[in-house]
Design a protein around this ligand. Structure first.
Ligand code: SIN
Ligand code: FE2
Length: 232
């Protein structure tokens, strides 16, 4: 398979899910082994609907600013979550927990639109348990890291982007491996799966003013993950 060439993922239809099996597979580009970019995965109307769902979630589960383990250095990104589990970080470490770190309330439910997006991209994976909501202003960044706080790595990580375009960087399984960069625009999806599941990745910059979706500007990234091992 040629890197950068249009890529048709083999998406096994879920048994009994006749609609999903009839829908055409989303357009996809293979960025690196197991790293798949789905440009224009959500059309404008779907982006507006998802934006409104996320804004409602943020009223119930207000953005918090995570801190680095040990040092307590604040992230430049603010976060919230929806779904049964949410990812948090502070001096005590990275972890998933069922409640908001500041309000103590359970995370709001995951909108059906997100579960449907997961079903299109990862039809054979068990349902997602966590949706991390990353909120970027024009100066926010996300350093190179691996997503490895889950119990196992069989299911992909699926991300959806809304608002301003981000310059996304992805590398290999070692921090020192060569990286490549590409842009994630509003409505794009991305998956880290199989041999790309533990690829180092991060966000180097946000292109302020590149989207009209969010009134205040900025970028929202939604990262869907399976956290616990699926029960057989
Ligand atoms: C993340 O890796 O948690 C966020 C990636 C992104 O914002 O696109
Ligand atoms: Fe990540």
């Amino acid at each position: 398979m040629k890197i950068g060439a249009p890529y048709t993922p083999r998406l096994p239809a879920r048994e009994g899910d006749r609609d999903a099996s009839r829908a055409p597979p989303p357009a996809a580009v293979l960025i690196a082994p197991g790293v798949i970019h789905f440009p224009g995965f959500l059309d404008r109307l779907a982006q507006e609907t998802l934006r409104d769902e996320v804004l409602a979630i943020l009223v119930e589960a207000p953005p918090f600013r995570p801190r680095m383990p040990r040092t307590g250095k604040p992230f430049s990104v603010q976060m919230s979550n929806c779904g049964p589990l949410g990812w948090v970080s502070d001096e005590a470490g990275y972890r998933y927990q069922p409640a908001h770190p500041e309000t103590g309330r359970p995370w709001p439910a995951m909108p059906l639109s997100l579960i449907a997006a997961w079903g299109r991209i990862a039809p054979s994976a068990p349902p997602p348990e966590a949706c991390l909501i990353n909120l970027y202003d024009a100066s926010a960044r996300m350093g190179l890291h691996q997503d490895r706080d889950e119990e196992d790595f069989a299911a992909p990580v699926v991300s959806l982007s809304l608002g301003d375009t981000a310059l996304f960087r992805v590398g290999g399984l070692q921090r020192s491996a060569p990286t490549r960069s590409f842009r994630l625009a509003s409505g794009d999806a991305m998956a880290l799966s199989g041999e790309g599941r533990l690829a180092f990745h991060g966000v180097d910059r946000i292109y302020a003013g590149s989207s009209t979706l969010l009134g205040q500007g900025g970028r929202i990234n939604l990262t869907l993950r399976r956290v616990t091992r699926a029960k057989l």
